[in-house]
Design a protein around this ligand. Structure first.
Ligand SMILES: Nc1ncnc2c1ncn2[C@@H]1O[C@H](COP(=O)(O)OP(=O)(O)O)[C@@H](O)[C@H]1O
Ligand SMILES: [Mg+2]
Length: 226
């Protein structure tokens, strides 16, 4: 599903942040991406959700070399990727319901066809009673649940999350991860950057550790969270 071959990334010809990365992630897999601050986790995720191009090397997503794609094809591919940011990026003047349904409206879906699904999803993430609230009235954990709901609503094949638990307390962090774990059980491929040890050590998923421009693959260490 995701394949990097000899991928390098630098900014404006500066030193390589990522150097000759080789990585293959299977469809349906769940990986944590760890590493010290500044190691390049966000940069690697940006390559994968198509916000950046590799400076060198080849990136294949969903079996296609992204370099060969037209702008329209890239946009189509981008719609199959749900992204969760640490700072939520909800739109302030829209309600929770409007934020979460944004990807569907962009895709030209009719509200009558999705209203019930969205309501069900929002109940599932515990925001059923806050559908009409504005983001500013929500707690950090609620905002992140809304952001996750928005990332998953269009049923992406891949979900990429950058420090999704960075702004929530540990208990909420585990709850958010369980939600992503459930989606993974239904077949969604998941990649989550985190520097929270308690997060990755609470789930039985392999870890990619990025440090000094290189990636090391580590087996799951944890007992599965119960
Ligand atoms: N847009 C950018 N322009 C220049 N340098 C950047 C940019 N984004 C990140 N960097 C640099 O790349 C390195 C890796 O950053 P980042 O990918 O954010 O790491 P992490 O997410 O692991 O903390 C850092 O040294 C950072 O300063
Ligand atoms: Mg980062």
């Amino acid at each position: 599903m995701i394949r990097l071959q000899n991928v390098c990334l630098n900014y404006d010809g500066g030193p390589n942040i990522l150097d000759n990365i080789d990585l293959a992630l299977d469809e349906g897999s769940f990986h944590f991406l760890t590493g010290p601050s500044g190691a390049g986790k966000t940069s690697l995720l940006k390559l994968i959700f198509l916000a950046h191009r590799p400076s060198a090397g080849q990136l294949d997503l969903f079996g296609q070399n992204v370099k060969t794609l037209t702008r329209a094809q890239l946009a189509m591919m981008r719609r199959q990727i749900g992204v969760v940011f640490q700072d939520f990026r909800l739109i302030d003047h829209l309600s929770v319901y409007q934020n979460v349904t944004l990807p569907l409206r962009i895709a030209g879906k009719r509200e009558a066809d999705y209203r019930d699904n969205v309501t069900e999803l929002l109940r599932w993430v515990g925001l059923g009673h806050q559908m009409d609230s504005k983001p500013e009235t929500l707690s950090g954990g609620e905002k992140q649940r809304a952001a996750i709901a928005r990332a998953v609503i269009a049923r992406p094949r891949l979900i990429v999350a950058d420090e999704p638990t960075g702004n929530v307390d540990p208990e909420m962090g585990i709850r958010l991860l369980r939600l992503l774990d459930e989606l993974n059980k239904m077949g969604t491929t998941i990649l989550i950057a985190t520097h929270d040890n308690y997060i990755w050590s609470s789930f039985n998923h392999p870890r990619l550790h990025l440090e000094n421009q290189h990636i090391q693959r580590l087996a799951p260490e944890a007992a599965p969270y119960v």
